[in-house]
Design a protein around this ligand. Sequence first.
Ligand SMILES: Nc1ncnc2c1ncn2[C@@H]1O[C@H](COP(=O)(O)OP(=O)(O)OP(=O)(O)O)[C@@H](O)[C@H]1O
Ligand SMILES: O=P(O)(O)OC[C@H]1O[C@H](OP(=O)(O)OP(=O)(O)O)[C@H](O)[C@@H]1O
Length: 209
Amino acid sequence: MAALTLALSKGRILEESLPLLARIGLDPAGDIDRLLRVPSRNRDVSLLIVRPADVPTYVEYGAADLGIVGKDVLMEHGGAALYEPLDLGIARCRLSVAAKKDGPRPDGVRRLRVATKYPEITRRHFAQKGEQVELIKLYGSMELAPLVGLADLIVDLVATGGTLKANGLVEIETICQVTSRLVVNKAAMKTKHAAIQTLLAQFAGAVRA
Ligand SMILES: Nc1ncnc2c1ncn2[C@@H]1O[C@H](COP(=O)(O)OP(=O)(O)OP(=O)(O)O)[C@@H](O)[C@H]1O
Ligand SMILES: O=P(O)(O)OC[C@H]1O[C@H](OP(=O)(O)OP(=O)(O)O)[C@H](O)[C@@H]1O
């Protein structure tokens, strides 16, 4: 079998991937808290532990043959350069627009300011609605922005709604549902076809189990 490299999103997705990986013999055979490249129990597959937002880049450039990444990250990156054959159904959440409980007060003069880690998705969302907004790129803790007057709205991930509630924010619109996806490098899908198909079938079986 051709050797394969699988890029994993560290953090929450890695945690939720571990049971799936274990089911198909791909559990890490090394310290995933320290190592960035880790062998798996299957000697033909090695694992890369990377920041979630970097997974599409590793797979697109062929540094990894496959990757596990959130749909939110794929949509922001622009997924056209990758195959996305399988929804793994893990790290389930949604991407939503939220505001302070008393809501944004458009004054008809100033554009609404929207703070987000996802400027591309946010730009497309408001453009589709014909609304002109000012985007403010943040790298985390979006919930703070409306509280301190940095933004009128945020676009962020919501799962239980606990973080929004704790910060006195309410969800006003869902943009899309999010789960993690298995993605594949387009060239590798041809050159390592048999090995990748075998792995895809194993992942699909593990998801059904
Ligand atoms: N509350 C949540 N419930 C379920 N899935 C989530 C939740 N928050 C984020 N996710 C999913 O997990 C992915 C990674 O989130 P995580 O919080 O682990 O990393 P991050 O903070 O975005 O990454 P980085 O450490 O690079 O900033 C997201 O892209 C999304 O797909
Ligand atoms: O609706 P909830 O269940 O509260 O989940 C939503 C929160 O989860 C994510 O953050 P995370 O916990 O991953 O922390 P982060 O800010 O470090 O990414 C997201 O950015 C929200 O803040």
